[in-house]
Design a protein around this ligand. Structure first.
Ligand code: HEC
Length: 159
């Protein structure tokens, strides 16, 4: 089922890329990544017109940074409805997002690291009780969170 979904996404991205004569955008290697086929299509349509997607994916960005960046792109001429932009920001956060774990709210932890709300709440509660996390290993002390998933998202975590 999952394989079929991935194949469909790849196929959709190929036809949209062919339509705009641009290469398919890079996707995250994270095994848990849920590729949103609609978002990939949007990404190709909205973001590949003026510069290649490698330029976009080279830097991980926080939610605020992505929102500001997309705002600037819209000013330069990128076109999309509010709903499409929201979908795109969700995709960019999951794929090329960054979260500063010592400051982030739970919803941003969910959006970037794709952890459950419960795990994100546990991280925020642990931080409130015990102070800042000094490094990635310090997150292992938070009881009951999905460390296996978190480890696949390590490069998206900042301190
Ligand atoms: C109408 C043309 C246009 C579209 C469409 C567009 N951009 Fe841009 N983008 C630019 C320009 C112009 C620059 C900055 C100037 C430059 O190229 O040096 C830029 C720069 C960027 C940068 C900064 C790159 C860096 O090196 O710091 C990012 C990230 C980016 N765009 C992301 C996006 C995303 C995401 C989308 C889709 C929502 C998008 N762009 C759509 C024109 C566009």
């Amino acid at each position: 089922m999952r394989l079929i979904a991935v194949a469909v996404v790849a196929w959709l991205a190929t036809i949209s890329a062919a339509a705009t004569r641009q290469p398919t955008p890079p996707t995250s290697q994270a095994p848990d990544m849920r590729i949103d086929e609609q978002a990939v299509g949007l990404f190709v349509r909205m973001c590949n017109e003026c510069h290649d997607t490698g330029r976009i994916s080279s830097t991980r960005r926080t939610r605020t940074d992505w929102e500001n960046q997309i705002g600037q792109m819209v000013e330069k001429g990128a076109k999309g409805t509010d709903k499409e932009i929201e979908t795109l920001i969700g995709y960019l956060l999951r794929t090329f997002g960054k979260v500063y774990i010592n400051n982030a709210q739970a919803d941003e932890i969910v959006a970037v690291l794709t952890l459950s709300q419960k795990d994100a709440d546990a991280i925020v509660a642990y931080r409130a009780a015990n102070g800042k996390f000094v490094d990635f290993d310090a997150l292992k002390k938070v009881p009951g969170i999905d460390m296996k998933k978190l480890e696949t998202r390590q490069d998206a975590v900042g301190f």
